[in-house]
Write a protein that binds this ligand. Structure first.
Ligand SMILES: [Zn+2]
Length: 291
């Protein structure tokens, strides 16, 4: 049975690590709890990226992550060290800085193992992959199920889909062939809230550079869109077993898909404006940024 085609949003916060902007985060966290929302948090297991070092490291980082997990918030594996060591765009983006894409299967496997081991040592269970810089390749996808990861949150398309995971050519992973199976792909297309046609719209935030104004805009958006915000668990359950060739094609067509999504959002805005005979203010355009 087809899941209902309505507009739903997911919230995703990237780059969570001990040295992130905790002053802003405490305000975001309070707002999320007031609205009883369950976001996706992309946690870096062992951050070595100087760009993400914006505040003194907190001592109890993993205790905080365990608290988020206990609230039912989704913890995603955001790479291993968030360090761009290669130049390769991968399958979903045209950006060429990467921790994973184009890297040998053995090296990728080692990076994933290190990341997952840190999570496990800290009592964190994950089944979601969120690649640093959106950059990974078919080898990454084929390795993820071996680490218990069956959901990827990335790509420009509207409706989640499930696809079989094809084995990589790595000789070292033959023993995991039986553990493969299916991957659920959940899109991530927005960097701020805006009216959108039916689909699952993941709004991705990088809060390290937020101002007081960004925090109040975020609060306003939660007031406005809160009823349409769902959780990853709910979405994955709803779309279980749903395959879609069109979404799969778009997901791995990084030249076409962002353009198409922008057109769809624009058309939706025009259609809505005509329908209600007055321009609909675009909610957060001035604050929008990609990255
Ligand atoms: Zn990141």
């Amino acid at each position: 049975m087809q899941p209902p085609r309505t507009t739903k949003y997911l919230l995703r916060f990237d780059d969570l690590c001990p040295t992130m902007n905790w002053a802003v985060w405490s305000e975001i966290e309070a707002a999320l709890m007031e609205h009883h929302l369950k976001p996706i948090l992309a946690v870096v297991p062992d951050n070595q990226d100087p760009v993400l070092k914006v505040a003194p490291a907190v001592e109890n980082f993993w205790e905080r992550v365990r608290q988020w997990q206990a609230r039912g918030w989704t913890i995603g594996l955001h790479g291993s060290q968030h360090k761009y060591t290669a130049e390769h765009a991968g399958i979903l983006t045209l950006k060429k800085k990467t921790e994973f894409a184009g890297v040998s299967a053995g090296e990728q496997e080692e990076k994933l193992r290190r990341g997952v081991e840190i999570f496990e040592r800290q009592g964190i269970k994950t089944r979601v992959w969120i690649a640093p810089n959106n950059s990974f390749d078919g080898t990454t996808v084929s390795l993820l199920p071996g680490f218990g990861i069956h959901i990827i949150c990335d790509g420009y398309f509207r409706f989640p889909y499930v696809s079989p995971v094809t084995p990589s050519l790595s000789p070292s992973d033959g023993h995991r062939a039986r553990e493969r199976g299916w991957m659920t792909w959940v899109p991530q297309q927005l960097f701020c809230f805006r009216p959108a046609p039916p689909g699952i719209w993941t709004v991705c935030y990088h809060h390290n550079n937020w101002s007081a104004e960004s925090v109040s805009k975020f609060r306003e958006d939660l007031d406005c869109y809160g009823a349409e915000i769902s959780s990853l668990d709910e979405v994955v359950q709803e779309w279980a077993g749903h395959s879609c060739r069109w979404s799969a094609f778009l997901c791995t067509s990084p030249r076409l898909s962002p353009l198409l999504i922008r057109c769809e959002l624009k058309l939706w805005e025009w259609w809505r404006s005509g329908l209600i005979q007055a321009p609909v203010p675009m909610k957060a355009d001035s604050n929008c940024r990609a990255g």
